[in-house]
Design a protein around this ligand. Sequence first.
Ligand code: ZN
Length: 286
Amino acid sequence: MNAPVSIKQLAEPPPECVPRKCPACGDDTPARKGIGRDPWHMAQCGACKFLYLDALPVQEAFEGEFAWDATFVAEKKRRRQAQPIVQWLDEKTRWRLHVFPRPETRYFLERLARPGPVLDVGCGDGGHAMRLPEGYRPFGVEIAPRLAAKADAAFRTRGGQCLQGDAARAISRFEDRLFRGVMMNSYLEHEFWPLQVLKALRPKLMPGAPLIIKVPNAGSLNAKVMGGNWCGVRLPDHVNYFTWKSLSAMAEDAGYKVRAPFGVNLPTNDNMWAILTVDSSPPERS
Ligand SMILES: [Zn+2]
């Protein structure tokens, strides 16, 4: 684990902060939504309507001080201080999440992918993939070095490995058509270049292999009601804010067919899942 970032650190702009174009279409006409705090603001693309952070810390920062495991603690404290009652209510009513189905991403993988090599993109310490039954050979990609090392040690006990680095580059190092299934469990909302990662992954899938994606649903009821206090708004580590429509559009752009698992993506659920498979007539890769 990285040392938790202090609240003071989160409130101050990091030394290097770069403006960002729309990660879905490359357009540069962001309209801010009034959600965020300097220098992190949620914006909507003027061309394709994608929701994203219009400035980013430099990527290297995510390997250290802004790694999700460090920011999570500080962000929780900051929210409590900023909005104690709203936050308290949000936490105390978490039961509402359990009224509805809340499956784990690996549950879908187990049902849709045959045993063999599988990939967890943004695998953290490897804990999620290691809970797959014997027969699945876990591989991973993780940007935070300490987490990647831990995952690598675990995956090697089952014949897999974890590559450390930014996802698109790391994925390109795997051989083509290696994976029988891929998971992106609470990862794509963190990725600076989500479209490029989806494209890089496509040739690595065996024909018919599923890619299971879980992301916070920015179109959920809770997101609409809570605005900037919604649990899916985490600054600056959530850099993409997907709705079903924008997630489907990006997946199709990258050459996948998209479907939702039955009965899971209810408007009351803060998260949503998508199942992607390679389209038989994909657009040419750019
Ligand atoms: Zn756009």
